[in-house]
Design a protein around this ligand. Structure first.
Ligand code: OXD
Length: 305
């Protein structure tokens, strides 16, 4: 187990015999343990240590994204598994919370309160009737879509194959991303970061958005072309952006995104990993692994998610 929170290890259902759990919280500790490990339960394992992982057969990722795990150093035979079902509910509340922050005009009323102004000529707006485009609509996106639809929003989705899903009124393939984004009041980015998706949201896609629309990025900073994003924000070609992820994290103090008043910066917290939530997923797969049965939630290493 590689994490600073020992509770991940405490919640592992260790069978009475045959499994030895080693806990590493630093690269130095991991270096001493990885050579013997067949199973790795980890968050951001140091890639340079995979060269020593000669016995490794299975990596369970603690987290939503697997881009840090899919590095060239990872031995080819290692099966990677994800933890679906854990992050969607958190991210749905994050997305709806910030969409409501926009429509409920939270900033304006708080500002008026500071000035003791009774702002009754300004009304909040409704989420009902608004359109949300979810770019990268997989299991997390479906959780978000369900909540958005429950509030009366129209949901459009973009995915690799554009296959219809119950939660979205219409699905688009990646080539139709700009068309989906052009209709949206809120564009939510949820794409996995792969060689194909790096920088995929660029000037054409952002330029297609309505001037009143908001971008919510809870995917990876690098799926967006940052220069194009800064340009549309600076020139107010879109209303603003709620950003939880960045090319460089922590966002460097001098970065222009910090000072833009149409940007909300949150520190990569939209879908936190907690030991209690991930333990059932890991324990289920652990019993399968020990029984020689196929693992669940296996990542397609060629597709990158
Ligand atoms: C992630 C996470 O993968 O926070 O980004 O889990």
């Amino acid at each position: 187990m590689y994490h600073t929170d020992r509770r991940y290890a405490e919640l592992v259902d260790v069978p009475k015999r045959g499994v030895d759990v080693r806990i590493a919280a630093t690269p130095g500790e991991a270096a001493g343990a990885i050579a013997d490990a067949e199973i790795l339960y980890a968050w951001k394992f140091p890639p340079q240590l995979y060269a020593r992982a000669g016995r490794l057969a299975w990596l369970q990722v603690m987290g939503a994204g697997v881009d840090w795990a899919l590095v060239p150093e990872l031995p080819p035979g290692v099966v990677i598994t994800r933890a679906p079902g854990v992050f969607g509910p958190w991210m749905a509340e994050y997305v709806i919370g910030w969409c409501s922050w926009v429509t409920q005009r939270v900033e304006e009323y708080r500002q008026a309160q500071r000035q003791r102004r009774w702002l009754d000529h300004v009304l909040p707006d409704r989420l009902a009737g608004k359109t949300m485009a979810i770019v990268g609509l997989g299991d997390i996106g479906r959780d978000i879509a369900r909540v958005a639809r429950g509030l009366g929003m129209r949901v459009l989705g973009v995915s690799r194959r554009g296959r219809p899903v119950r939660e979205a009124a219409r699905m688009y393939k990646v080539g139709g991303m700009a068309r989906a984004m052009a209709q949206a009041d809120f564009v939510v980015l949820l794409l996995p970061l792969t060689t194909e998706t790096r920088g995929i949201v660029g000037a054409d896609q952002l330029g297609a958005m309505k001037p009143t629309a908001w971008l919510v990025n809870i995917a990876r900073g690098a799926v967006v072309n940052e220069a194009a994003l800064l340009d549309v924000l600076e020139h107010r070609r879109i209303a603003g952006a709620v950003l939880d992820v960045f090319d460089n994290e922590p966002l460097p103090p001098h970065h222009p995104l910090w000072r833009m008043d149409n940007v909300v910066v949150t520190p990569h917290i939209s879908g936190p990993s907690t030991p209690d939530a991930i333990a059932p997923v890991f324990n289920d797969n652990l019993s399968r692994f020990l029984a020689g049965r196929p693992l669940r939630h296996v990542v397609d290493r060629r597709q990158g998610y």
